[in-house]
Design a protein around this ligand. Structure first.
Ligand SMILES: NC(=O)c1cccc(Nc2nccc(Nc3c(Cl)ccc4c3OCO4)n2)c1
Length: 300
């Protein structure tokens, strides 16, 4: 029961120590995300504050506290860090570290000439490390997507939006399946769509889509193809093509994540090792076709 669990595992903060500066995001009518400061003695730290408005339903309140309980259990540099909660006064608040660059999908859009392939791989490596941590503690995210990754001022990527994972209720990309479940279809493995079989291996499929989003600088997976056509062509073996200037070996890793059989997809630790090799030896990224020194420069 998140109403009791949150008291046991999350730090209750004094709401007088939280100074709200501005609204930076809005969810459902009852949820806002603000930038603020958490005051501790003579110092203060920048925080993000998710607030649940008075009058929110019991379901909204339960999901809100469930998200706090979930985040309170995590401790990893690539998972959003919970600083504490306010539950003893209204509005209820979840306070986390502040991620200056916001969501990864929006951050990447318009940065084609600013971020080198090497920088993109570092970001992907961080997300894979966060996913590996979740897999190691048997936590299935169910909604890995660039919109649910946050970016710090020094471009560290952190997995976030956990309260939604159980229900996907608030994800605007989530639609209802014919069986009545709610999923973000373009990021979801076939076995989840067909049988609701969510596993760490289906998170790896979603990670492959995140790889494609990152290497295409925030392009929408499958562009304007309808959900029905996406489902159909995936069953026929179609997979997203390599984004422009994406090294063949990176696209090959995406394709492995999109193996139809879950057991054939790479384990997160394999993904980390592969990305580490590419980061340490960019020459491994040189495609099979002929290239010149400028290709290495472009890869950064
Ligand atoms: N448009 C934006 O949302 C935005 C823009 C710029 C910076 C941040 N930054 C940012 N940093 C950290 C967290 C969040 N959002 C968030 C999440 Cl995702 C889950 C739970 C929770 C949150 O804040 C407190 O509790 N955001 C968010």
């Amino acid at each position: 029961d998140p109403h009791n669990g949150v008291k046991e595992i999350a730090t209750e903060l004094d709401q007088t120590k939280i100074k709200i500066e501005c609204v930076i995001g809005r969810g459902r009518w009852c949820l806002t995300v603000c930038r603020g400061k958490l005051i501790s003695g003579k110092t203060s730290i920048p925080v993000a504050v998710k607030r649940l408005k008075e009058g929110a339903s019991l379901i909204d309140h339960t999901n809100f506290l469930r998200e706090a309980c979930t985040m309170a259990q995590f401790d990893h540099p690539n998972i959003i860090q919970l600083k504490g909660v306010v539950t003893k006064s209204i509005p209820a608040m979840i306070i986390t570290e502040f991620m200056e660059n916001g969501s990864l999908d929006k951050f990447l859009q318009g940065k084609v000439n600013e971020l080198t392939a090497s920088r993109l791989l570092e970001m992907l490596r961080g997300i894979a490390s966060g996913m590996n941590y979740l897999s190691s503690i048997k936590y299935i995210h169910r909604d890995l997507a660039a919109r649910n990754i946050l970016v710090s001022s020094d471009l560290v990527c952190k997995v976030s939006d956990f309260g939604l994972s159980r229900t996907l209720e608030n994800d605007p990309q989530a639609t209802y399946t014919t069986q009545g479940g709610k999923i973000a279809l373009r990021w979801t493995a076939p076995e989840c769509i067909r049988f609701r079989q969510f596993t760490s291996a289906s998170d790896v499929w979603s990670y492959g889509i995140v790889m494609w989003e990152v290497m295409s600088y925030g392009e929408k997976p499958y562009w304007d193809m309808s959900n029905e056509v996406v489902t159909e062509v995936l069953e026929d073996g179609y997979r997203l093509p390599a984004p422009e200037n994406c090294p063949v070996s990176i696209h090959n890793l995406m394709l492995k994540c999109w193996s139809y059989e879950a057991k054939r997809r790479p384990h997160p630790i394999e993904i980390i090792r592969t990305l580490d090799q590419f980061i340490k030896q960019p020459n491994l990224l040189l495609d099979t076709k002929s290239h010149d020194a400028s290709e290495l420069d472009r890869l950064g």
